[in-house]
Design a protein around this ligand. Structure first.
Ligand code: FAD
Length: 396
């Protein structure tokens, strides 16, 4: 129904082989290298080796539709590739398509000036550095961005940035050299012009990553989720990304195609959980019959198949709408997938865990980490309720 181009199909086949040959076998090695490293925040060498391989194989920056920077694929072609990459939690970074870098790269391609592009965009496109985006704050309800308190005030031909952010994905990574920080610059202006986005090098005096947060006990190493203090941080005038007071524009620009990418990656993860469910249902015997021959298991399997396919088709429709009608007319689809996909992924992965018994909860299966990741997506990029409310508003 949603046709992929010949180039999209060819990339799909190559990505499929790369995942089989290099990524799935690397998952265990990645965990082992991480556990044996001197520092927990040391990057497993395997990750950089696989990035080099993926780049050499032309499987690099596939998410960027602009041919000056990336593969120049349409959203629908890329949606299929994102599903494949999403099957492994370590895969997106290997192909330089992982959040928050992918969204930050998109923001930089849209809003950075030439100098900012040269300093930040190029190393990100090359996978030499990583980046973060700092918006949420511990003391206010951050799903309403008009609550954010971190300030940006003019001082000495630049600005002073002051405040505290948290859950800054990637902030603990030693390769994280740049943070996009959203701060209150024009408190008296109408909401849409009240906040600015600044580019802050992580080695700037006053930027302090104070601790790493844990997601159901997972610390996300080597990238992590940081609580970051900005203590009277001075940045020059040209640290502004986009115009002053236009942080919402910059942050929204990151989120259109990015929502399709993120949802397709989650569908990939849920699909892998579903396949594990099928295998377990066939292999494990209870009361003389494989679990899959018990009615309740059949129900879990059949429903998961239906829900996965519904979510996949909806997300393909969102990608096709972006391609054919542009982001403004795709808003309804983009809100719908954010309402539907993370919830579906949680449900399907949860059923897979149930079928695996205690194994599904342990570190011997990918399912527990997959669940934690999927569950976080119902909050991380705006809670479910925000997307439901946005959809309701669009529907009038
Ligand atoms: C794994 C992970 C990664 C993250 N990465 C980043 C990052 O890189 N950068 C960053 O800036 N932030 C990041 N965040 C933070 C994330 O953006 C915020 O947690 C999110 O915006 C919600 O804000 P909050 O936690 O303050 O919840 P609150 O705003 O306090 O909301 C609490 C609850 O209120 C309810 N609610 C909210 N809005 C409505 C509504 N309109 N109607 C009804 N109910 C509502 C929901 O149930 C919601 O969960 C991350 C979070 C997680 C978990």
């Amino acid at each position: 129904m949603f046709e992929v181009t010949a180039r999209g199909r060819e990339l799909q086949a190559r990505l499929h082989s790369f995942m089989d040959e290099h990524v799935y076998p690397a998952e265990g090695v990645f965990a082992e290298q991480l556990s044996k490293a001197d520092s927990h925040w040391q990057v497993p060498p395997l990750l950089e080796e696989l990035k080099t391989k993926a780049r050499a194989g032309g499987l690099w920056n596939l998410f960027l539709p602009d041919t000056r920077y990336g593969a120049g694929l349409c959203h629908l072609d890329y949606a299929h590739l994102a599903e494949l990459m999403g099957r492994s939690l370590i895969a997106p970074e290997i192909f330089n398509c992982s959040a928050p870098d992918s969204g930050n790269i998109e923001a930089l391609t849209l809003h950075a000036n030439d100098e900012q592009r040269e300093r930040w965009l190029q190393p990100l496109l090359n996978g030499e550095i990583r980046s973060a985006i700092a918006m949420a704050e511990p003391v206010v309800a951050s799903s309403d961005p008009s609550n954010l308190l971190t300030t940006l005030s003019e001082r000495d031909e630049g600005f002073i940035l002051h405040g505290r952010k948290w859950w800054v994905s990637g902030a603990c990574d030693p390769r994280c050299k740049l943070m996009l920080v959203m701060a209150l610059s024009h408190p008296e202006a109408p909401l849409q012009q009240r906040y600015s986005m600044v580019l802050v090098p992580t080695d700037t005096h006053g930027v302090n990553v104070q601790r790493s947060l844990q997601l159901f006990g997972y610390d996300g190493a080597p990238s992590g989720y940081g609580e970051v203090e900005f203590d009277q941080v001075w940045v020059p005038e040209d640290a502004l990304l986009g115009a002053a007071g236009k942080a919402f524009e910059v942050s929204q620009g990151r989120l259109g195609p990015g929502r399709v990418h993120q949802c397709m990656q989650l569908i990939g993860l849920a699909q892998r959980a579903f396949e594990a469910m099928l295998k377990r249902a066939a292999d494990r015997v209870i009361h003389g019959r494989p679990i899959g021959q018990h009615g309740l298991t059949q129900d879990a399997i059949a429903r998961s198949r239906c829900e996965l396919e519904q979510a996949r088709l909806l997300t393909h429709a969102a990608a096709a709408t972006l391609d054919r009608r542009g982001i403004r007319l795709a808003r309804e689809h983009l809100a719908m997938i954010k309402v539907v996909v993370p919830q579906m992924a949680c449900t399907v992965i949860d059923r897979a865990i149930q079928l695996h018994g205690a194994l599904g909860l342990s570190q011997d299966s990918f399912l527990a980490a997959a669940y934690a990741h999927a569950r976080a997506q119902r909050i991380a990029d705006g809670p479910d309720e925000v997307h439901v409310a946005a959809l309701a508003r669009l529907l009038g």
